[in-house]
Design a protein around this ligand. Structure first.
Ligand code: EPZ
Length: 416
């Protein structure tokens, strides 16, 4: 079991290159199942979940040729229409093969994802939408078994905004017979990036990025070449780390236009932020001011940035209120931050943080991907050496995070 050792108290300075977005790469890799043509993906991040998705697609029969930052996918010979439990249990995004398999091959057998640390995370909205499009679905032995001679268009209104639900049904609709309308659709930039890739493959999609997406089914899709968008959550994570540790950091190969809610909060905390094309520079010389955050679907403040801001507020001047409205159990990082001396009270989905001048190093345990990031940030500002255990959570969604942070001046190393 690998751990991270972090010596607190070092300011950050320099440039860091932002990687391709995990939550765009994962659905777009599944889109390769929609065609017998070759899908070439650039700016593919080198992280555990991407490797897991490659393995999942390969065991289905997709040929994947991978270099470090790019890969080509060829699903001409797919013969295993199954996503097995042992892969789905570690990565819920595997549910995203359901729509593509069903609409191209007429059948899919996908393990139910099961819960995870941040909540039960059902997939009922995915299933409800596919049934509306004519799928026959049986849940048996922990698997979703879906069949459909040919899916047909439908008018679907999501009870709740679901990012992968929107992505799954959008992919199911691109080869369905007729028009599909998705109402109350997710507006996340990663949904837009998937739509851009699907359109490049010949799909007819309008409205991606709005809450109403219209898809006109076509007979087949062809291959395409797509560069995955930059990771806005990795970007936000590095900006919060710099705001907490202090210093002057420039992110490159990123996008500021999809980070408005996060940049606004960092400015409110006292950071000086300059945007120039695909670069975002943050300068923080004083102690950050406490900022309230309330998570909500895009374009509001992202739930994937909540834990990182909790770490910032732990050492900020003043007290802050953090409200988590998306997941029912996304405060797993709180008890670990409290071990570092953070003063946090939880009441339901609301946390009140009283900023301290100083945190004290301790041994803590990562529980989920973004919680791990908040512990790294807290360790960078704690007095002494913090040890973070179970960092496989971190490796799922961040590309070489300790190398990137060390290059900026953090004292962070991986220990076995
Ligand atoms: C995506 O998860 C992201 N993952 C998550 O990022 C992100 O936190 C989340 O969207 C919210 O932005 C990927 O894109 C791979 P949802 P997803 O469906 O699609 C409920 C990370 O750290 N719901 O938008 O699984 C659900 O329980 C990860 O990178 C249903 O009830 O989230 C949740 O409370 C963590 N039924 C809410 O909706 C359904 O069928 C939003 O979930 C689907 C969802």
């Amino acid at each position: 079991m690998q751990k991270l050792a972090i010596q607190g108290g070092y300011r950050l300075s320099g440039e860091v290159r932002i990687s391709g977005a995990k939550n765009a790469a994962l659905p777009i890799m599944c889109a390769s199942l929609l065609t017998a043509g070759e899908l070439q993906l650039g700016n593919l991040p080198d992280m555990h979940d991407v490797a897991t998705m490659v393995r999942l697609l390969e065991q289905m029969g997709v040929r994947v040729d991978r270099t470090l930052q790019a890969a080509t996918f060829n699903a001409a010979q797919v013969d295993q229409l199954v996503a097995p439990y042992d892969m789905v249990k570690t990565m819920r995004a595997a549910i995203l093969v359901l729509g593509p398999l069903l609409t191209r091959f007429g059948e899919a057998r996908v393990s139910l994802p099961g819960g995870c640390a941040i909540g039960t995370r059902p997939v009922d909205l995915h299933i409800k939408g596919l049934i509306a499009m004519g799928a026959e679905i049986h849940i048996e032995h922990g698997y979703i078994h879906a069949t459909a001679r040919r899916l047909h268009g439908a008018h679907i209104c999501f009870d709740m905004i679901s990012v992968t639900g929107t992505e799954n049904l959008m992919m199911a609709a691109v080869l369905a017979d007729g028009i599909t309308v998705l109402e109350n659709a997710a507006r996340e930039p990663e949904v837009v990036d998937l739509a851009i890739c699907l359109i490049a493959m010949g799909a007819k999609i309008e409205g991606a990025g709005s809450d109403k997406i219209t898809i006109e089914g076509v007979g087949t899709l062809h291959g395409a070449n797509h560069a995955v968008m930059p990771d806005r959550i990795e970007s936000g994570t590095f900006l919060v780390a710099a705001a907490a540790a202090g210093g002057h950091v420039t992110l490159t190969h990123t996008r500021a236009d999809i980070l408005d809610s996060v940049l606004d909060k960092l400015r409110e905390a006292g950071a000086k932020i300059d945007v120039n094309g695909d670069r975002i520079a943050l300068e923080m010389s004083a102690r950050p001011r406490a900022v309230n955050v309330r998570t909500a679907p895009y374009p509001a403040f992202p739930t994937d940035m909540q834990a990182q801001f909790m770490a910032l507020n732990a050492i900020a001047d003043g007290s802050a209120i953090v409200v988590e409205t998306i997941f029912e159990n996304r405060f797993m990082h709180v008890q670990e931050l409290q071990r570092l001396g953070a003063k946090i009270e939880i009441e339901g989905n609301t946390a009140v943080i009283q900023g301290c001048r100083q945190l004290d190093a301790a041994t803590v345990m990562a529980t989920d991907l973004r919680a791990s990031a908040s512990l790294v940030i807290a360790g960078m500002v704690a007095q002494g050496e913090t040890i973070i255990d179970r960092i496989y959570h971190l490796d799922r969604g961040y590309e070489h995070i300790e190398a990137k942070l060390s290059a900026l001046g953090a004292k962070i190393r991986r220990i076995n």
